[in-house]
Design a protein around this ligand. Structure first.
Ligand code: AGP
Length: 609
């Protein structure tokens, strides 16, 4: 989510920090900061905005020193601002830290430290880490960091400097990347390889729970138990552009593959570890507030609108509140029936989509309660809404939305469960079984992604067809719409999604020999009906690719090819089922030689009406 760099060696640290951060700006770009140690004091320079704002701020007086750390931020806790920017320090500026990830138990730690007199400047989860080092420091910097690591929970890569140790940087990671670059008499630290490959190609990657003490001449790595670990050094052969994409050809495939990690980040702190409860610390709703909501309206554009269609099923089925879903550009012009008993939810990856923002403003004008579900902290839609839930998917660069969509689904499912609990509309054992499946989701997504080859073969086989149809019923229909949008958006193939039962009312006329039909059949309660619709298209000699859950022993009898997703709860099925559709679109676009990350006529964030 954020970009991290570190330097220790004989040269000035600041130029490398800025150069490395420039290469990592794609990981975060709402604020930037560096801390440089000159042997006497640590200078911290940071500000909101892109890296260029920081460069302007320190132009002509770069901090001097041979030890330094830097950070480009993609906000999660606390809006983008000068004070929320990294690096963060303890009360006296003796310890500085930069962080990528989320500290789950920071509120609890912060309360304790506040009671002990620590003074906090920011709203971030990261700042508690600097104060904790201060709290534990008794003359041994590494020992203090070790104690901090035993206390914090969450996902992180963390890099520390101390005023008491002018020659070392200490770093560690859990569920977030951290790379050490080995130079001649100098060493580098980065969250990603692009930051360092101009300086060295000899690297190693820290594993979860490992801690490295880095000086200019040595890197000492230990595991959680303090036992030394020897690391295998590897030579990076990627060029700078490939390195930015994690060695992949496009951001889109990188972002598809990042989904299991995005799921973990989105659920962290929301799916309680020891109970089956869903918590949203960010929501300030009482049971009475929720009881006062008589109707929910979800409004959004494009992929986010498709997430809203799935969310309708979630909320109506689980929390038993009526939900309407509307395209934002329609909502604002149709004089919608909205009042103070309506909760209007605007879903938007960027938080800047003009139509969605206007819909949010219209909802407020009409007196509705408003909630934003967005990926960008401090975005316009987040600022406009009464309440905000962030999806924590990390920056999404490819125009085609992938991990933002699946994390929107995840947030909406957790929200439905949260509302269901407050409204007592769901049996405890059912809640328990869904939460159990939520915990399994990242591994299941990983399992499917590790075997994406089959989808690639389909895409290569059908990538040159002019028309492709997607069909499904209930939730599967909503996912089919997203599959069709992905395919048209990046491969320029004409793709349409239909509610499977609707085909016979007109569209069946288009089904002729050889037309590919992708049939989603993950939902048990409409399964037989879906099979009947598959038979309808098969009877017209369509080529049918069935998308079903493992354990389904019927589907193969009715279709030409089958893609199986790991078996899961019906509410989790959309999140897994869309992954093969994303891959299909991606490989079809690659096969057709399209500009995958920047499809023609489209922009990542549509800030015009
Ligand atoms: C997704 O693949 C699209 N590029 C597009 O439909 C997008 O979802 C839509 O423009 C809404 O964007 P937002 O989520 O940033 O509001």
């Amino acid at each position: 989510m954020c970009g991290i760099v570190g330097y220790v060696g004989p040269k000035q640290a600041a130029p490398f920090l800025l150069e490395g951060m420039r290469k990592l700006e794609y990981r975060g770009y709402d604020s930037a900061g560096i801390a440089v140690y000159n042997g006497k004091e640590i200078t911290v320079d940071k500000c909101v905005g892109r890296l260029s704002s920081l460069e302007k701020k320190i132009e002509g007086h770069l901090p001097q020193g041979h030890l330094g750390i830097g950070h480009t931020r993609w906000a999660t806790h606390g809006r983008p601002s000068d004070t929320n920017s990294h690096p963060h320090t303890d009360c006296h500026g003796d310890f500085v830290v930069v962080h990528n990830g989320i500290i789950e138990n920071y509120l609890h730690i912060k309360e304790r430290l506040l009671a002990k007199g620590h003074v906090f400047l920011s709203e971030t989860d990261t700042e508690v880490v600097a104060h904790l080092v201060e709290e534990y420091y008794q003359g041994d910097f590494v020992a203090a960091v070790t104690k901090v690591l035993a206390e914090i929970q969450g996902s992180y890569s963390l890099v520390f400097m101390s005023r008491f140790d002018p020659d070392k940087i200490v770093c560690t990671k859990q569920d977030n990347p951290l790379v050490i670059g080995l130079g001649e008499g100098e060493n580098f630290i980065a969250s990603d390889i692009p930051a360092i490959i101009n300086r060295t190609r000899r690297t190693f990657i820290l594993s979860d729970g490992e801690m490295a003490v880095v000086t200019k001449d040595s890197v000492w790595v230990t595991n959680r138990m303090g036992v030394p670990v020897s690391k295998k050094v590897f030579e990076v052969h990627w060029d700078a552009e490939a390195a930015e994409k994690g060695g992949h050809d496009h951001f889109m495939i990188k972002e598809i593959i990042e989904q299991p990690k995005a799921f973990r980040d989105t659920m962290t702190a929301r799916v309680a570890k020891d109970t089956n409860r869903i918590t949203f610390d960010e929501l300030k709703w009482t049971r009475e507030d929720v009881a006062a909501v008589k109707k929910i309206m979800i409004t959004a554009c494009g992929t986010a609108y498709h997430a809203g269609l799935v969310a309708k099923y979630y909320i109506e089925q689980l929390a038993r509140i009526p939900v309407e879903v509307d395209i934002a550009s329609e909502f604002r012009y149709r004089n919608p029936l909205v009042d103070s008993s309506t909760l209007v939810i605007v879903i938007s990856q960027s938080g800047e989509t003009s139509d969605s923002l206007a819909a949010m403003k219209e909802a407020k004008r009409l007196g509705a309660r408003t909630l934003a579900v967005t990926n960008v902290v401090g975005s316009s839609i987040a600022r406009e809404a009464d309440q905000v839930i962030y999806t924590w998917a990390g920056p999404e660069i490819a125009v085609a939305s992938t991990k933002a969509y699946t994390t929107q689904l995840l947030v909406m499912l957790m929200l439905a469960l949260y509302l269901a609990e407050l409204r007592e509309s769901l049996r405890a054992d059912r809640l328990q079984s869904i939460v159990h499946e939520l915990r399994e989701l990242p591994q299941k997504a990983e399992k499917f992604l590790s075997n994406g080859q089959a989808v690639k073969t389909f895409a290569e086989q059908y990538g040159f067809n002019d028309d492709v149809f997607f069909i499904g019923r209930s939730i599967d229909y909503a996912v089919a719409m997203e599959g069709a949008l992905k395919l048209k958006e990046i491969s320029y193939i004409h793709a349409e999604a239909y509610a499977a039962g609707e085909l016979k009312h007109g569209t069946l006329a288009l089904i002729i020999e050889g037309v590919p039909v992708i049939a989603l059949a993950t939902q048990r309660d409409v399964y037989e009906k879906t099979l009947s619709n598959i038979k309808e298209v098969k009877a017209r000699d369509a080529v049918v690719i069935g998308l079903a859950m493992e354990g389904d022993d019927q589907i193969e009898k009715y279709v030409d090819h089958t893609i199986f997703i790991p078996a899961t709860d019906k509410y989790l099925a959309p999140i897994l089922a869309v992954i093969p559709l994303q891959l299909l679109a991606y490989y079809a676009a690659v096969t057709r030689g399209c500009d995958v990350d920047k499809p023609r006529n489209l922009a990542k964030s549509v800030t015009v009406e």
